[in-house]
Structure formats: structure tokens, C-alpha cells
Ligand binder design. Structure first.
Ligand SMILES: Cc1cc2nc3c(=O)[nH]c(=O)nc-3n(C[C@H](O)[C@H](O)[C@H](O)COP(=O)(O)O)c2cc1C
Length: 386
């Protein structure tokens, strides 16, 4: 039974969930999730940049019926959201990725399991199949300097029923995450990588060493699996073009939530050039700083098929386990439904760039943090009508 209620006093949006999670999390664990790399410019800019997409709502449309459903590579989504792959969720809750997967199933969204998850990919698949309506599953792939391990991993992913591989391409080395170093953070011994249970002590794993990847990896994967391939971590049109030529099925525009190259552009600004380069030849998703349903609407208007939600899922998990993740997803879906209606749309399929105002960025002038805070303070005193 949930202990958290999304009422006037409980978390009513994802910002509230962040505050609640921080109040219950070990500060070092909070930092390891919250942090970006170096000066955290990309981390901060990701979230703020969505505020620079100004919308042109249409009016006098009957929006009583509103359908948020869509698909990702054919898999049904109750609304255009997927749970981003995030490592070691046992750091915040004992049920870890199993809880996240059950909440995703309940909400009708995709669960993307990380290679570095704390529960094995088989346990995550079992958590889904135990649900009345199992979440579709994708597997986020890292490859290692051990061909036998990689091939066996691919076989396991196929056997467990995952529908696609999401190959992360923006992390040949781990970004410079200074909060972890300052905290001298290492996961407690009880928290380990579920997919490496048979080989927890191998050198390449303990040194964080990965297989150096080049474009040849697509052909290598194609020769070993029939699963669709999605590249995660593309920010440049040239790479998007090359990915399409290599025959990928999807691209996730991502800067790893600001955890890799600090200074990499916010995903809101990378999305249009990737969408233009892809020109409809594969699906495009985006993540980084999506904190409101209207941010999902903005991403769709810029050409994304769906978004990935990262840290807010962890906040829900930390605050209230499976119920917390479920509440986070419900808030996002409710906000998206309302935003669609207020924008004059009754389905996500009709959303396109006509919804976007063609004006130069004005966010830094009118949407700075202090303005947001003033608005929040004012709205607390406002009458409840309007
Ligand atoms: C704690 C943490 C762990 C992550 N682990 C992975 C991972 O194992 N593989 C991966 O491709 N991305 C990983 N990511 C990146 C997310 O998939 C996603 O790109 C990012 O969190 C999205 O930004 P958001 O947190 O602002 O929503 C991780 C992110 C966080 C915060």
C-alpha cells in the first residue's frame, strides 16, 4: 500500500518528487544520481532548454476525448514515454528494477533495462511477465573486451524476450563525475551488477573497461542478432545520417543526462537537426531534463516519437518504491493529457512543428529560475479557479 499521496500536501509534480526523494535518500546516493559531469552545465541546460520551446495552442476544438497512446518500433505505449536505462537501482530501493518494471507495466510504458542493472535481465523480464499487462522491454547494451561474454549476453537478451537493443554510444569512457569523487562513493557490497553474477571479479568489469566501439559495431551486431537496433547518445546530424545509412531502427537523442561531455548541447537543441537528418527513415526519441507532461508535448512537436524519463523514475522509486514510480508516471501522463487538450489536440499523432512558435529563444530573459520561483510562490496564494 502506498504511503505517498499525490494530494495538496503530497507530491503534486516531479519537482515535489525530487525534494521528497532527496529528503529520504542517503546524500551520497542522491549525489550519484543527481550529478552531471564537471561543472554540470549540460545537466542544468537540458532541463531549462525545454522552456525555450514556446507553443502556439489552437482553440475551439472538442478535446473531450484525448488519446495519448502511440508505439515505439511497434510496441504499444499508453503515452509516449519510456523508462530510461539506469544502472544499479538497488541503491535506492530493495526491489530495484523489478519495482520499476512493474510500475512501467501498470502505466503501459516501455522499460529499458541497463546492462548495469542490479537485477539480472532475466529477473527484470520475469517482473514484467508477472504483470497483467507486461511492459514491453528493450535492453540497453554495453559491450566488453570479452567476445564470449558479449555473445552470451546477446543470447540471454533474446531468450528473455526483449524486443530491441539500445546500444549506448556516448560513453566510451565514463564522464568526469566529481560529486562521486568528492564523496569517494562506491556502491555498498550488497549492491552489485545482476548481469555479471557469473563473473563479478573480471578485470574489465572492475576497471570499468568497455570494448572500443566504431561504426563497425552495427554490422557486428546485425550478424549476431535479429533484434532491432537503437543508438542512444546521438547529438549531431552527421552521426544521425551515418546511423540511418548503417541501417539502425531508431536513434535516441541523448547526452546521458549531462553525465558525459559537459558542454554537450542540450538535447532540445540537438533534436531538430537529428530529426531533419533522419528525415523519417527511423524513429527518433529524446531524453534529458523532461520533467513535465508539456515537455513531452514539446519533444513530440520537435519530431520525437517518444521520450525517455531518467532521474524522476529514481525519485519515485526512492520515495515510495513501485507506487512512487507509478505516481511519477501517472503525473506525467495526466500533465501530457491536459497539455494536449489545452493545445487543441486530441491525439499525439496530430502534433507536429506547427505547434511551435518561430521566435528566437527568450527563455533566459523571461523564464529564469527566480521568475519560476516567484510564479510558484504567487500560485500558492492564488484562488483555485484559474
Ligand atoms: C544514475 C543514472 C544511471 C544511468 N545509467 C545508464 C546506463 O546504465 N546506461 C545508459 O545508457 N544510460 C544511463 N543513464 C542515462 C539515462 O539513460 C538517460 O540518458 C538520462 O538519465 C536522461 O536524463 P534525465 O535523467 O534528465 O531524464 C543513467 C543516468 C543516471 C541518472
Amino acid at each position: 500500500m502506498s504511503t505517498i499521496k499525490t494530494t495538496m500536501r503530497g507530491p503534486s509534480n516531479l519537482h515535489d518528487f525530487a525534494a521528497l526523494a532527496q529528503s529520504v535518500m542517503d546524500p551520497q546516493v542522491w549525489d550519484t544520481y543527481a550529478q552531471g559531469s564537471e561543472d554540470e552545465r549540460t545537466l542544468r541546460a537540458n532541463e531549462r532548454a525545454w522552456g525555450d520551446v514556446w507553443l502556439r495552442p489552437r482553440t475551439l476544438v472538442d478535446v473531450t476525448r484525448c488519446d495519448t497512446s502511440t508505439t515505439a518500433l511497434g510496441a504499444p505505449l499508453a503515452f509516449p514515454a519510456m523508462i530510461a536505462p539506469m544502472s544499479l537501482q538497488a541503491l535506492v530501493h530493495a526491489e530495484a528494477e523489478r519495482a520499476t518494471t512493474r510500475a512501467a507495466s501498470d502505466a503501459g510504458v516501455m522499460m529499458i533495462a541497463s546492462t548495469l542493472s542490479s537485477r539480472s535481465l532475466e529477473e527484470i523480464a520475469a517482473a514484467a511477465t508477472g504483470c497483467a499487462q507486461p511492459a514491453p522491454l528493450w535492453f540497453q547494451l554495453y559491450l566488453y573486451p570479452d567476445a564470449a561474454f558479449n555473445e552470451e549476453l546477446l543470447h540471454r537478451v533474446e531468450r528473455a524476450g526483449y524486443r530491441a537493443l539500445m546500444l549506448t554510444v556516448d560513453a566510451p569512457y565514463i564522464g568526469n563525475r566529481e560529486r562521486d569523487r568528492r564523496n569517494q562513493f562506491t556502491p555498498p557490497p550488497a549492491v552489485s551488477f545482476g548481469n555479471f553474477a557469473a563473473a563479478p571479479q573480471v578485470n574489465w568489469l572492475t576497471r570499468g573497461q568497455r570494448l572500443p566501439l566504431t561504426w563497425d559495431v552495427i554490422a557486428w551486431l546485425r550478424a549476431r542478432t535479429a533484434l532491432p537496433i537503437v543508438l542512444k547518445g546521438i547529438l549531431a546530424a552527421e552521426d544521425a545520417q551515418r546511423a540511418v545509412e548503417a541501417g539502425v531502427d531508431g536513434i535516441a537523442v541523448s547526452n546521458h543526462g549531462g553525465r558525459q561531455l559537459d558542454g554537450a548541447l542540450p538535447t532540445r537543441y540537438a533534436l531538430p537537426e537529428v530529426v531533419a537528418a533522419v528525415d523519417g527513415r527511423c524513429e527518433v526519441y529524446v531524453d534529458g531534463g523532461i520533467r513535465r507532461g508539456v515537455d513531452i508535448l514539446r519533444a513530440l512537436a520537435l519530431g520525437a516519437r517518444a521520450v525517455l524519463i531518467g532521474r524522476p523514475v529514481i525519485w519515485g522509486l526512492a520515495a515510495d518504491g513501485e507506487d512512487g514510480v507509478r505516481a511519477v508516471l501517472r503525473i506525467l501522463r495526466d500533465e501530457l493529457t491536459l497539455a494536449l487538450r489545452l493545445a487543441g489536440h486530441t491525439t499525439v499523432a496530430t502534433v507536429d512543428d506547427r505547434l511551435i512558435a518561430r521566435i528566437p529563444p527568450i527563455g533566459d530573459r523571461v523564464d529564469d529560475e527566480s521568475a519560476v520561483r516567484r510564479t510558484r510562490a504567487a500560485s500558492e496564494d492564488a484562488p483555485c479557479d484559474e
